[in-house]
Design a protein around this ligand. Structure first.
Ligand SMILES: Nc1ccn([C@@H]2O[C@H](COP(=O)(O)OP(=O)(O)OP(=O)(O)O)[C@@H](O)[C@H]2O)c(=O)n1
Ligand SMILES: C[C@](O)(CO)[C@H](O)COP(=O)(O)O
Length: 235
């Protein structure tokens, strides 16, 4: 029976957010953004282990150990990330294989910058895996009218009836995902999520509808939104 692993890319610098502290370490209700993002996976019994990918400097300090809290059972030794998100994911996948994961195992990749993932959405994704041989991802149908721009002006409205926006976690067989990411790297193909790397290989991942509160902290205004979401849950 395939095991299920979690991979949390937290190796970014948060340039769009700005500030002296990388956004994954900012505090939300007394805990870091990263700690909130890790939590659902550390307490989920179906997750065999959690592989964290960090900026090199942070690995050296060992400050990540505070993340362990009482749930150290499934926390694998973190590894250093790469220049881009997909590089960090590739390095994390290789670390999982070194830590005993098998190519046929499932891996769920979840942004450290998404601290508000509902446990129910994680369960929905996990529950969908038996009917998702080509992988699955949390996503949301687009609800706004979309405009294509040239500079500051609209040049077209984009038909949205079949458009979804991808969230995380995204779930794929570990070996197939690593091969797809390696291929994208060799071809110089930009991939901004795991599904797009698999789509390049002809896969059609299953869309599992999530919730809009699974926001990615990208810009400064996202932090108070995340705070309000967690406060409303009492998290
Ligand atoms: N080289 C990188 C870049 C990003 N990430 C992680 O991928 C997730 C989503 O990336 P993003 O929101 O773009 O984070 P940053 O790259 O830090 O942000 P920016 O692009 O604004 O610098 C984050 O948890 C981030 O830490 C990573 O592990 N390694
Ligand atoms: C993976 C992702 O969160 C799916 O929407 C998104 O592509 C990450 O983009 P980023 O620019 O690396 O934050």
């Amino acid at each position: 029976m395939e095991q299920i692993w979690a991979l949390i890319p937290a190796g970014g610098r948060g340039q769009r957010f700005g500030g002296a502290v990388a956004k994954q370490y900012l505090q939300l209700r007394g805990r870091s953004v990263l700690a909130h993002a890790l939590q659902p996976f550390l307490i989920e019994p179906r997750i065999r282990g959690v592989q964290l990918v960090l900026p090199g400097a942070d690995l050296a300090t060992g400050a990540w150990r505070e993340l362990l809290g009482s749930q150290s059972r499934s926390f694998l030794p973190p590894v250093v990330g790469g220049a881009q998100r997909q590089d960090s994911v590739r390095l994390g996948l290789r670390a999982l294989l070194e830590h005993g994961a098998l190519p046929q195992d499932w891996v769920l990749v979840h942004d450290a910058a998404r601290p508000c993932l509902q446990r129910g959405d994680l369960h929905a994704l996990l529950d969908a895996l038996p009917r998702a041989p080509q992988g699955a991802l949390l996503a949301l149908p687009v609800a706004d009218t979309l405009k294509r721009a040239a500079g500051e002006h609209v040049v077209a409205t984009v038909e949205r009836s079949h458009l979804w926006r991808a969230l995380t976690p995204q779930a794929f067989p570990l070996g197939a995902l690593l091969e797809a990411l390696d291929d994208a790297e060799q071809q110089g193909a930009p991939v901004t999520d795991e599904a797009s790397a698999m789509e390049r290989r002809g896969w059609h991942p299953l869309l599992v509808q999530g919730h809009a509160d699974n926001l990615k902290i990208t810009y400064p205004e996202d932090l108070p939104l995340a705070e309000a979401i967690l406060a409303a849950r009492g998290s």
